[in-house]
Design a protein around this ligand. Structure first.
Ligand code: PLP
Length: 482
């Protein structure tokens, strides 16, 4: 089918869908329409977002949503799961092939769920199994109350070492208020205060001192590549299990931009990811594992999960099939090339970047040189139709709420077809907004961290120039709603 006739079919499908929804709750249909209009007319630079294909989106809107399927493929606690088995097995097969992983688990509903499955699989493999053996029990059902007490004791206080939030790690990498920081005795490694870069010697020294059970690598806001061979060496030296959370950069791994030591899958015992960021699939999670951990991960349900989202697993299968196409490799390379162009666009305009640039899909702009907090920058940019999110910079003086940075990512606009020149123009527009934004004063006369004034005319000027770029690269070309 040609791209044109596919777009025509998608238009028909969405028109029909909106009619059916509107017959029950027109306000939902209206908001759904409006969301498309808004996404089409703004510069989406949120590093964790993308635009999934109509095939992926349509796959999520089916009767698979109605089916319960606790268990695993071929081993369900509900009857009538043969079609769910088909789509889950397909999602896992595509994931194994795409990432070269011995085992894949497609059930996690989100990235956080995938990480929970990974944590509990590691605890089950490394703590529960030896404890059961010592207690002479085959499984937990054979434990007495006193044995349970012993098991709980041995589970508690296990150690996890992950990247700190303000250096770019994720909440689930041991951040104290998150379950990962509560269920584990945690410590964090950061980035070098001068360069903003990961220092593997510092990670190794911390690991030697702390001797974690789990070493977590991966990030949400670190604009550089990670050497996973080195992380595995560190894990092996201290007897830790290496878990890599590649939620952000899975698309760059799938697209073979990150290869060799930068591909986490061969080095990590367990790799987790979301499917909706650079991988461009439905909202969801995925766990990949070496054989040694496969049986433990396979117990994600009942360990931490209930019924899988069958409609989303079906959409994961479609998205992963798309990512196996050669065109996805070109897309992934464009993501990285465009991020470089965006970073260069800022540097030539004297803006400050954490680590001085990027070699992945993220650019972390330090907005203190504009005299702004991240919160003011994020809001002023939104006024001008540029959608970003504020983000801490390492050792952030403004804390996690106001922050000093804005995180930008290239996956979404690259999907629309933006190239290097257009990303340079995006840098120009962002600098135009920030250079024309000033913090308001508080009633006490100090600069506010929240309120600001964007000079007259700037928002309109930037929106007009963005519109030219966006019109050149329409979102879902050919998709027309009546
Ligand atoms: N891991 C990383 C590295 C992330 O950046 C995120 C989301 O931002 C997650 C996990 C959590 O993903 P989700 O929002 O799907 O739970």
């Amino acid at each position: 089918m040609s791209a044109e006739s596919l777009a025509k079919s998608a238009s028909t499908a969405y028109d029909a869908m909106l009619d059916v929804i509107a017959a029950v709750e027109p306000r939902v249909a209206q908001a759904t329409r409006q969301e498309l209009t808004d996404q089409r007319s703004s510069l989406k630079l949120i590093a964790s977002e993308n635009y999934a294909s109509p095939a992926v989106l349509l796959t999520m809107g089916t009767w698979f949503s109605d089916k319960y399927a606790e268990g695993t493929v071929g081993h369900r606690f509900y009857a009538g799961c043969q079609n769910v088995d088909t789509v889950e097995a397909l999602a896992a097969e595509h994931a194994r092939e795409l990432f070269g992983a011995p085992y894949a688990y497609a059930q996690p509903h989100s990235g956080i769920d995938a990480n929970l499955v990974a944590f509990w699989s590691i605890l089950a493999h490394r703590v529960e199994t030896p404890t059961l053996e010592r207690l002479g029990a085959k499984n937990v059902n054979e434990l007495s109350e006193a044995d349970w007490e012993q098991l709980r004791h041995e589970f508690g206080n296990q150690r996890l070492l992950g990247m700190s939030l303000d250096s770019g790690g994720h909440l689930t990498h041991g951040f104290r208020p998150n379950i990962s920081g509560k269920m584990f005795h945690q410590q964090q490694y950061g980035t070098d205060p001068e360069t903003g870069l990961l220092d593997y010697d510092v990670v190794a020294a911390k690991a030697r001192e702390f001797r974690p059970l789990v070493l977590v690598a991966g990030y949400s806001a670190y604009p550089r590549r990670v050497n996973f061979a080195k992380m595995r060496e560190i894990a092996d030296e201290v007897g830790a299990t290496l878990m890599v959370d590649m939620a952000h950069f899975a698309g760059l791994v799938a697209g073979k931009v990150f290869t060799g030591d930068e591909d986490p899958v061969p080095f990590a015992h367990i790799t987790t990811t979301t499917t909706h960021k650079s991988l461009r699939g439905p909202r969801g999670g995925l766990v990949l594992a070496q054989e040694e951990f496969a049986a433990d991960v396979d117990r994600g349900c009942p360990m931490v999960l209930g019924g899988p989202l069958s409609h989303v697993m079906a959409a994961k299968a479609v998205a992963l099939a798309e990512a196996r196409q050669p065109s996805f490799q070109a897309y992934a390379q464009d993501i990285a090339d465009n991020a470089k162009a965006l970073a260069e666009g800022f540097l030539t305009r004297d803006a400050k970047l954490v680590t001085g640039g990027t070699d992945n899909h993220i650019v972390l702009l330090d907005v203190t040189s504009f005299g702004l907090t991240g919160r003011q920058a994020e809001s002023a940019l939104l006024d001008a139709g540029v959608v970003t999110n504020r983000n801490s910079v390492p050792h952030d003086p403004n804390g996690a709420w106001y922050t000093s940075g804005v995180r930008l990512g290239t996956p979404a606009l690259t999907t629309r077809g933006f190239g290097r020149d257009e990303f340079d123009k995006v840098a120009e527009l962002i600098v135009d907004v920030l250079a024309n934004t000033t913090p308001n004063n508080t009633s006490a006369g100090a600069p506010s961290k929240a309120t600001y004034t964007l000079a007259d005319g700037v928002a309109d000027r930037v929106k007009a120039q963005s519109a030219e770029l966006l019109d050149k690269h329409p979102l879902y070309p050919g998709l027309v709603l009546s």
